[in-house]
Design a protein around this ligand. Structure first.
Ligand code: ATP
Length: 778
């Protein structure tokens, strides 16, 4: 009733030339009238690109009856694809209304998107790395077809669309074969509504004819529910439609059956009808229109020639795969008798009903599983991606453990030992250099080459001595970058050291210490400290060597070595061991950052890849909701994460023996959650970026600040206050602290830094997943 009112209204307001015809004819001449399948009333829409607004639909009215083939014709850019996208619920109009099966598309009541509709977009929208079977299996799972139904249908489509082996990769097929495979997806479940955007482009005339015959058969019966909307550039091809809509500049110039249009305009073909309509529409660009017409005619002539060449075959029931192979296929339309048509249609009708199990096709779990299996299959096909996903974490961990945190080795140090004439020490006494039997210590023969004794405690594997005879040469060597520093000792180093220790102590007036002698007993070190870590290492080694030298010296004289120590004692550490290295400090953060960034990088590409290939639209129009799509990718990422965490922890803890004092379960759980947080952040990037390049740049842009600010490399406590507070808001800062607590201190959930790390990570996961879901459902 509502339809009727709208229809009447459309007729009153309708386009100047649009007809009031609401009936159309079957190809065999029978009148076809039925309920309305699609109704678009007074639709307006524009695209916005930056400041630019492009109007696309300008008060479009269109009506498609159930069981009709509706040919939507018009020049490139007039808005045909936009209309189709509005019908399948991919786009919405700004004003006016679109109704599919009486309901707005996108609502559950319309069933569109969903298994009620089969959609073939203009672009290929196929998984090029898949073969035909894998591609169709994906859609079979979404639609809930049983294996048997699917096998029958696959067999039919392979023959009908003249597709090569079902196991050949689509990437290795010709353009025409790929288009036919794309059409097979739309035809797979014989939907109630078939939306085909230029399905016959690049298809040879013979097959084009067979496709039209098949479409005719799908709609060719009373009470049959298949409705087809098709766009084509081959205008004459649309004569086989029950009704055509001629579109220009966002509105329909006319809408009627081809026969009625030809009769009304007294033209021999639809091309000329279209030209007349354009002229009537007040379009002054006649030259351009004529040119378009000439071009299209030349295409048509070519295709006609080919069709005619093939005609005898068609008439004999050969040449068209469908006719040849199953013997039940339609003959060319003028040959189809009413009886045949009905019988044939009945068989199609019964096939249609058995393909879709409404209960099954409504199952979220089934669609999520379909998406997951498809993603795993895609991964399997991309060996590079697999390597990237699972070998890279292991490689990163190995490189980190091997390259970071160890002491630098074989650092050249210029040694100027004037006490030994600048030469390497051949040997030195190790006995007590003092005679302690008298009241005060006396010098004995062992008081020589104390400098050599000191140098003997130097760890040559770290500070490699290079001997110089004078200070100037040694200094120049450092200047030239040949050594990291100069360590020098004077001519009477041993005697001056003795005097420093005993004379100053024995002196009655400590204010009168001989500073010359005092300075001459100093071991002087001058360094290149441009590399702070190397400089710190050498300073530490020089100081350790001196401590050991002094301990050995006093011990050789029978004095307790404690006398040689400064009165500051470092007892055993409460947490950690003296052996802990910088690697151990960084490892907790590195584990998290590897897993987090790998997950982020992987998921950041997911939607972009599918969207750019046109697959995302197809998946959604097949009935997978954005929420299901998000869930499927989330679950796949979880599996990938799991494996990455196993690889990372195995290498870090088992192979490279990074210490773990706490619960491995907690370590695993926190790492896993960090991976999930990376996944959800990546999914957001994937949803907002148009290209892989954009996504890569954002992912990299996130990676470095995160690494620098999260306290993974350097303590957060060293940052300026404002930056430190910012760092605390990042997903890895508290998690890194928690991980350090577990691994190095053996803390459990009872410790605030540990549970805080978990809570913040969970908050990031929930927050980013909500944002992602909103973005994809927009
Ligand atoms: N996302 C978009 N943003 C901006 N403009 C767009 C967008 N999509 C399409 N357009 C513009 O809208 C107009 C209609 O596009 P549409 O794809 O609907 O035309 P069409 O009739 O299907 O063309 P063709 O036959 O070449 O496929 C064109 O001018 C096109 O450039």
């Amino acid at each position: 009733m509502e339809d009727q009112t709208e229809q009447e209204q459309a007729l009153v307001n309708g386009n100047s030339v649009a007809t009031s015809a609401n009936e159309s004819k079957l190809p065999n001449g029978q009148t076809k009238e039925g309920p309305v399948a699609i109704k678009i009333s007074n639709a307006y829409k524009h695209y916005t690109s930056g400041q630019k607004r492009t109007p696309v639909l300008l008060g479009l009215d269109m009506e498609v009856k159930k069981g009709q083939i509706y040919g939507l014709l018009g020049p490139s850019g007039c808005g045909k694809t936009t209309v189709l996208k509005c019908i399948v619920g991919k786009l919405t109009v700004e004003t006016g209304s679109v109704r599919v099966f009486g309901e707005p598309p996108g609502t559950p009541a319309s069933g569109v998107p969903g298994p009620r509709v089969g959609y073939m977009p203009q672009e290929l929208a196929i998984f090029l790395e898949f073969n035909i079977e894998e591609t169709l299996t994906y859609f079979r799972r979404i639609f809930g077809m049983t294996r048997k139904q699917y096998e029958d249908r696959l067999q039919f489509l392979m023959k009908f669309l003249d597709l090569p082996s079902k196991t050949r990769s689509l990437i290795n097929m010709s353009g025409g074969q790929q288009r036919r495979a794309s059409l097979a997806i739309a035809l797979l479940h014989e939907p109630e509504l078939l939306i085909l955007d230029e399905p016959t482009v690049g298809v040879d005339p013979l097959l084009r004819s067979a496709i039209w015959n098949h479409l005719t058969e799908m709609t060719d019966c009373f009470g049959k529910h298949c409705t087809i909307v098709i766009t084509t550039h081959y205008i004459e091809e649309a004569r086989q439609a029950n009704r055509v809509g001629m579109m220009r500049f966002g509105k329909l110039l006319a809408e009627d059956s081809p026969e009625e249009l030809l009769r009304r305009f007294s033209k021999p073909n639809l091309e000329d009808v279209f030209l007349d309509l354009c002229l009537q529409d007040g379009d002054l660009e006649t030259a351009k229109v004529r040119e378009e017409r000439t071009q299209r005619r030349s295409i048509l002539k070519f295709s006609k020639k080919k069709s005619e060449a093939a005609k005898p075959d068609l008439e004999n029931g050969q040449g068209c795969q469908m006719v040849v192979t199953n013997g039940k296929g339609p003959k060319p339309k003028e040959k189809v008798s009413a009886t045949n048509s009905t019988a044939s249609a009945r068989s199609v009708s019964s096939t249609v009903s058995k393909y879709i199990d409404q209960k099954k096709s409504n199952l979220t779990s089934q669609r999520v599983t379909a998406c997951m299996i498809k993603t795993f299959n895609r991964m399997k096909k991309r060996v590079g991606l697999l390597v990237y996903q699972f070998i890279l974490p292991a490689l990163q961990v190995s490189l980190f453990c091997l390259a970071i945190g160890q002491d630098p080795k074989e650092l050249p140090v210029a040694v100027v030992n004037l006490e030994n004439q600048g030469q390497p020490c051949a040997g030195h006494p190790t006995e007590c250099p003092f005679d302690m039997t008298f009241i005060g210590p006396e010098i004995n023969d062992n008081l020589q080459n104390l400098s050599c004794r000191y140098l003997s405690f130097m760890d040559a594997s770290i500070a490699r001595p290079v001997y110089y005879e004078n200070y100037e040469d040694a200094h120049q060597a450092v200047k030239n970058g040949e050594a990291w520093g100069v360590i020098s000792m004077g001519q009477n180093f041993s005697r001056n050291l003795y005097d420093r220790i005993f004379e100053s102590v024995a002196s009655e007036d400590l204010t009168k210490v001989n500073l010359d002698k005092f300075n001459a007993s100093q071991i002087q070190v001058e360094m290149d400290i441009t590399n702070q870590h190397i400089a710190f290492t050498l300073q530490l080694k020089f100081a350790e060597a001196f401590q050991q030298f002094m301990e050995q010296l006093v011990t050789s004289c029978g004095i307790n070595k404690a006398v040689a120590n400064i009165p500051l004692t470092f007892l055993d550490p409460i947490y950690g061991t003296p052996e802990l290295t910088f690697t151990d400090f960084m490892a907790p953060g590195i584990i998290l950052t590897i897993v987090h960034s790998m997950a982020l990088g992987y998921s950041a590409m997911i939607i972009i890849l599918e969207r750019n290939e046109g697959l995302l639209d197809r998946t959604w129009i097949a009935g997978v909701t954005p929420g299901e799509f998000a869930l499927a990718h989330f679950l796949v990422s979880l599996v990938v994460n799991f494996l990455q965490v196993v690889v990372t922890l195995t290498f870090m803890i088992l192979v490279f023996q990074v210490p773990n004092e706490g619960s491995l379960c907690l370590v695993f759980l926190l790492t896993m959650l960090q991976g999930v947080a990376g996944t959800t952040i990546g999914l957001i990037i994937s949803a907002v970026c148009k290209t892989q390049q954009d996504a890569t740049q954002i992912a990299l842009g996130i990676f470095y600040p995160n690494l620098i600010l999260s306290g993974i490399i350097w303590p957060v406590e060293s940052m300026p206050l404002a930056l430190r507070y910012f760092a605390y808001t990042l997903p890895q800062t508290f998690a890194c602290e928690a991980m350090r607590g577990i691994l190095l201190r053996g803390w459990g959930m009872a410790f605030m830094p540990v549970w805080r790390g978990f809570v913040v990570t969970l908050a990031w996961i929930i927050g980013t997943y909500i944002i992602f879901k909103r973005l994809v459902t927009k």
